[in-house]
Design a protein around this ligand. Structure first.
Ligand SMILES: Nc1ncnc2c1ncn2[C@@H]1O[C@H](COP(=O)(O)OP(=O)(O)OP(=O)(O)O)[C@@H](O)[C@H]1O
Ligand SMILES: [Mg+2]
Length: 149
């Protein structure tokens, strides 16, 4: 599994920005990590790479936010869906022609596409973060290998 250590929020964003440029439409990225790990920070970088001009912030009070860029960015924060088993129409995002990013994917596990890129972010120090990349499906293998290069 590919691992990358970043030392600043900016560095995390630039890893994400570079990743974004390699993603095909209808790709799903999951971001797993504790509160404050850097999931939304990573998403901001993805947005930059997709040409999103609006500010991306944490969608805690909305489950999904859609941003327009070169292709749409669907930002799902599943934190508040922990005790919900309802399908809110997830496939409209996953297969909506854009990139879907899911924070707290463990809460909507049954609905996630089996082909996806799983990222975990772990806090290693004040500003150090270990990003792990796990491809789910062959189409993401190369993308993981190249992460951070
Ligand atoms: N190397 C780094 N990578 C990412 N974020 C970092 C890094 N170093 C410091 N930070 C800071 O850590 C914080 C991460 O917050 P962020 O909102 O991205 O976390 P989150 O995982 O989305 O949390 P939540 O679960 O509450 O949504 C930001 O304040 C960011 O500036
Ligand atoms: Mg967040």
């Amino acid at each position: 599994m590919k691992e990358i250590l970043t030392h600043t929020a900016k560095e995390t964003q630039s890893v994400a920005q570079q990743l974004a440029r390699k993603l095909r439409p209808n790709s799903t990225i999951t971001l797993t990590g504790d509160l404050g790990a850097g999931k939304t920070t990573f998403t901001k970088g993805l947005g930059a790479g997709l040409g999103v001009k609006r500010t991306i912030n944490s969608p805690t009070f909305t489950i999904v936010k859609t941003y327009s860029g070169n292709i749409p960015l669907y930002h799902i924060d599943a934190y508040r869906l922990e005790d919900s088993e309802e399908d809110i129409g997830f496939d409209d995002y996953f297969y909506g022609g854009g990139i879907t990013v899911v924070e707290w994917p463990q809460f909507i596990e049954p609905f996630l596409p089996t082909e996806r890129l799983d990222l975990t972010i772990e806090r290693k120090g004040e500003d150090e973060r270990l990003i792990r990349c796990q491809p789910r499906g062959v189409s993401f293998e190369k993308i993981c290998e190249e992460l951070g290069q």
